[in-house]
Design a protein around this ligand. Structure first.
Ligand SMILES: [Zn+2]
Length: 193
């Protein structure tokens, strides 16, 4: 078993000092998620995962679907900052929408939030029914990615449906999860951790 299959959620937290060793910038465009917060931040993922994403991006482009990475790696400290900011704004409600530091998959360097280019326009408004969302649902597993927080599985993942959030788990596990319609939580519940 390799570390592509790591389970990170509200129960299984990453330590503060966990930083993937081989992060690479995936996109130089100036529209990404981080750019709004800090222009020096660019989307990054693990270098060993990037070829899988690029293959998926290319396959999608061939059918007129242009996907990009809006956000990849996010540090423990960044997550802590976001949570504190949200607590100041919304109080305890923040805990319902923002992951605890260490509980965000983005810290693994294996998770991505998707955006699109449509008719030359960048958008990070990602909705069910969009051709990009539908293409990814049917095809991402072929490239090792899974829709991590599906509709109808909220009580299992403890996270609302996120059509934009994909997680690299490797080709083998991605196919299994897709075929069995399982989340990572369900897979480990059945097969042991
Ligand atoms: Zn995400």
């Amino acid at each position: 078993m390799n570390d592509y299959t790591i389970l990170v959620n509200h129960e299984y937290l990453l330590p503060r000092d966990y930083v993937p060793k081989n992060l690479v910038v995936t996109d130089e465009n100036e529209n990404n998620f981080h750019h709004y917060k800090d222009p020096s931040l660019k989307p990054m993922i693990r270098a060993d995962v990037l070829p899988y994403f690029l293959k998926m991006q290319k396959a999608a482009l061939e059918v007129g679907v242009h996907i990009l990475i809006d956000s990849g790696y996010r540090s423990y400290d960044y997550q802590e900052f976001v949570l504190k900011k949200n607590i100041l704004e919304k109080g305890d409600e923040a805990y319902a929408t923002v992951a605890l530091p260490g509980a965000s998959e983005h810290q693994t360097g294996l998770a991505i939030d998707i955006a699109y280019y449509r008719d030359g326009v960048y958008t990070d408004a990602v909705y069910d029914g969009d051709k990009e969302v539908e293409w990814l649902k049917e095809n991402s597993y072929k490239f090792g990615f899974v829709l991590r927080y599906p509709k109808g599985k909220e009580s299992i993942t403890h996270i609302s449906y996120e059509p934009w959030h994909y997680r690299f788990v490797g080709l083998e596990l991605a196919r299994k999860l897709w075929e069995q319609d399982f989340t990572l939580e369900e897979y480990y519940e059945k097969n042991g951790k």
